[in-house]
Design a protein around this ligand. Structure first.
Ligand code: ADP
Ligand code: MG
Length: 428
């Protein structure tokens, strides 16, 4: 078990893909944009974070933001352009993957097709069979002779070396942990996607590494299996207490799995914090929009006095908790953020917004509606309502904004303005 420290990490690729064969179509398009081969493409910039010993950190962000690149740097599959990576107190910048004591699980399982499940899990254990001690050399000739002569004997009569017995115990332990004992004799092609993914996890666990790196391991599973396997991975990680970095583009996975979440965008970390803090106090507009489903709504407003927001269509009085961070501001344009569940159907009033319903999605436990402002059809909102509200496309209604739940962002760079005394950013 160990802490992982990432310091000032930068990664750029030369203009041309160095491994074009591995790059998918969307990336090829990006790469094609930088025709100038001398111009490096910057993929990660100024990445700093520490994963504590035993912690489960989720890296989340949209496709192409650099998550896999960062994980591959940790694994030693890519070279750093700048910065340092430490595992425990070892600087591992230049160590090859094998020497880093990490295990990686990918989206596409990567099992050996010709080996059965037992041997797939055992493979890494046999390969890492430790130092070539003298004893091993001495014993190897008669052990291989015994193994060879008993190979075709019934299973219980076959010779197993001490090493192979250790491997067997480890494979059995992992198989019982993941409940895949009945699958050990099968080939990968005889397994379902979910089972293959559990074997891939098993192979990583069997090696008992200091760190697990997982790159979208659940993406190939159907929704139900994904939810089950998600819970199972979290449980296993708690049990094993192995430091884990888990990559996903799925905000639900991030919210439900991580001790902390690092939200990435355009090669940079936007915020790193526990899930609920990210949700309740997003550092900027990108994080606010990316985390939470359906996504937060944004409306342009003007601050006309320290606690008064106006838009062409409504006027809001802010709770006094905002006074401190907004006191010195003059009239200023801001972006108001409000989550769909913090809007409610209400009466006509100057502080409320009139909308017209465009789409109704009744999920049973709640109903999402998409709507536009009647006074400004190009401004749209998503609202989450209790299921008893029966609405139809074209209905007009008034919405109130729960002012205890609003977020404010600057217009220029989308930074969040903090309410309350713990204010991180004040508006000047
Ligand atoms: N070998 C490469 N050469 C050049 N650019 C690359 C290479 N691999 C990845 N990239 C670039 O790095 C960006 C981040 O890729 P990646 O880390 O795979 O993103 P994610 O995993 O977040 O979807 C991509 O947009 C792509 O342009
Ligand atoms: Mg990726």
């Amino acid at each position: 078990m160990a802490q992982v420290v990432v310091e000032n990490v930068y990664k750029s690729y030369r203009g041309k893909a160095d491994r074009a064969d591995r790059v998918d179509e969307s990336k090829k398009a990006d790469i094609a944009l930088s025709k100038d081969k001398t111009q490096p493409v910057s993929v990660l910039r100024d990445i700093n974070f520490t994963v504590e010993d035993g912690e489960f950190l989720v890296l989340v962000g949209p496709s192409g933001c650099g998550k896999s690149t960062l994980l591959r740097l940790l694994a030693g599959l890519e070279e750093l352009t700048g910065g340092n990576i430490k595992i425990g107190d070892r600087l591992i910048n230049n160590l090859p993957p094998k020497a880093r004591d990490i295990a990686m699980v990918f989206q596409n399982y990567a099992l050996y097709p010709h080996l059965n499940i037992y041997d797939n899990i055992a493979f890494g254990l046999r390969r890492n069979s430790g130092a070539d001690s003298q004893e091993k050399v001495r014993s190897s000739w008669w052990e291989s002779a015994l193994t060879g002569t008993t190979r075709y004997a019934p299973r219980s009569m076959r010779y197993l070396s001490a090493k192979e017995k250790q491997v067997r115990d480890r494979v059995r332990y992992v198989a019982s942990l993941l409940q895949i004992e009945p699958l050990l004799a099968r080939l990968p092609k005889e397994l379902s996607g979910g089972q293959k993914q559990r074997v891939a996890l098993g192979r990583a666990i069997a090696r008992n590494p200091q760190v697990f790196l997982m790159d979208e391991p659940l993406s190939n599973l159907d929704a139900k299996l994904r939810t089950q396997t998600r819970a199972q991975i979290v449980q296993l990680q708690r049990q094993l207490k192995t430091t884990t970095v888990y990559v996903t583009h799925d905000q639900t996975e991030a919210m439900t799995m991580g001790d902390r979440i690092a939200v990435m965008h355009n090669g940079q970390i936007q915020q790193i914090a526990p899930p609920l803090e990210i949700y309740e106090r997003p550092a900027n507009r990108f994080v606010a929009e990316f985390i939470g489903s359906p996504a937060m709504n944004f409306l342009p407003v003007d601050l006309v006095s320290p606690l008064k927001l106006v838009s062409p269509h409504f006027t809001l009085e802010l709770p006094t908790i905002w006074a401190k961070s907004l006191e010195h501001s003059q009239v200023k344009s801001l972006i108001l953020g409000i989550r769909p569940q913090h809007l409610a159907v209400d009466a006509e009033s100057p502080s409320n917004i009139q909308i017209e319903v465009d789409l109704v999605e009744a999920l049973g436990n709640e109903t999402y509606i998409s709507a536009h402002l009647t006074a400004q059809p190009d401004t749209t909102l998503t609202v989450s309502l209790p299921p008893d509200k029966r609405l139809r496309v074209g209905d007009r209604l008034w919405l109130s904004i729960n002012t205890d739940k609003i977020h404010l962002f600057t217009v220029d760079d989308g930074r969040a303005i903090r309410e309350g005394t713990r204010s991180a950013t004040r508006l000047r």
